[in-house]
Design a protein around this ligand. Structure first.
Ligand code: PGA
Length: 248
């Protein structure tokens, strides 16, 4: 059985002081322990999050990492630093990183390997643009990303990998993919993992949907067979709404 995983992607939101408030509220929530709850604040709030959530089951994730462990890479953050802080998850290849910061599938592939080698769990984001969906090229796009991003990985690693299907047109727009469309793509992703890495890898890998997930649509999305979780931006920035998401 795959444990459901609800992860809040704070993106570039919350100062240290604001994060302190929100994390204290999150620490006081009653969250369903059968669901893995994760928060992914900006780097400047990661140590704070670890400290304030230490007596809870809420795990902490980062929003990016570099693929080298140390050295002359001004401005980058190493997976070793994240590991040392007790971080468990690292979001990689988010469409905003691909689009605004020029991250390529080659970079993302190196980052996945670097993160896995530290025992951290990557949350790999894939997804199509609206034009690609309208041209019926959504599956082709996602498959191209999966092939390149997972190049050279081993079947046994999929137990420690999360994939987030995030159609770009649904992120921050209030437009959600229908639960059926989300399920169709997540099933396609699982089939791709099975074809490439085998049945066991496909059964173990957890697949999230992301893109305008809210308390009022999370239950329907989570009812789908191939959807094991959600990656949530906007609706994860407020404690009550975060609690409704985790306690779907
Ligand atoms: P959203 O963002 O929930 O605000 O649409 C999701 C994401 O980008 O991970």
């Amino acid at each position: 059985m795959r444990k459901p995983i609800i992860a809040g992607n704070w993106k570039m939101n919350k100062t240290y002081s604001e994060a302190k408030e929100l994390l204290k509220e999150i620490a006081a929530l009653e969250l369903n322990s059968e669901v893995e709850a994760v928060v992914c604040p900006p780097f400047t709030n990661l140590a704070l999050a670890k400290e304030l959530l230490k007596d809870t089951n809420v795990e902490v994730g980062a929003q990016n990492a570099y693929f080298e462990n140390s050295g002359a890479f001004t401005g980058e953050v190493s997976p070793v630093f994240l590991k040392d802080l007790g971080i468990k998850y690292v979001i990689l290849g988010h469409s905003e990183r691909r689009e605004y910061f020029g991250e390529t599938d080659e970079d993302i592939n190196k980052k996945i390997k670097a993160v896995l080698s530290q025992g951290l769990v990557p949350i790999l984001c894939v997804g199509e643009t609206l034009e690609e969906r309208e041209a019926e090229k959504a599956q082709e796009k996602v498959e191209t990303q999966l092939k390149a991003d997972f190049e050279g990985l081993d079947a046994s690693q999929f137990e420690n990998i999360v994939i987030a299907y995030e159609p770009i047109w649904a992120i921050g727009t209030g437009k959600t993919a229908s639960a059926e469309d989300a399920e169709e793509m997540c099933a396609f992703i699982r089939q791709h993992v099975e074809n490439t890495f085998g049945k066991d890898a496909a059964e173990k890998v957890r697949i999230q949907y992301g893109g305008s997930v809210k308390p009022n649509n999370v239950k329907e999305i989570m009812s789908k067979e191939n959807i094991d979780g959600a990656l949530v931006g906007g609706a994860s920035l407020e404690a009550n709404s975060y609690s409704e998401l985790v306690n779907f």
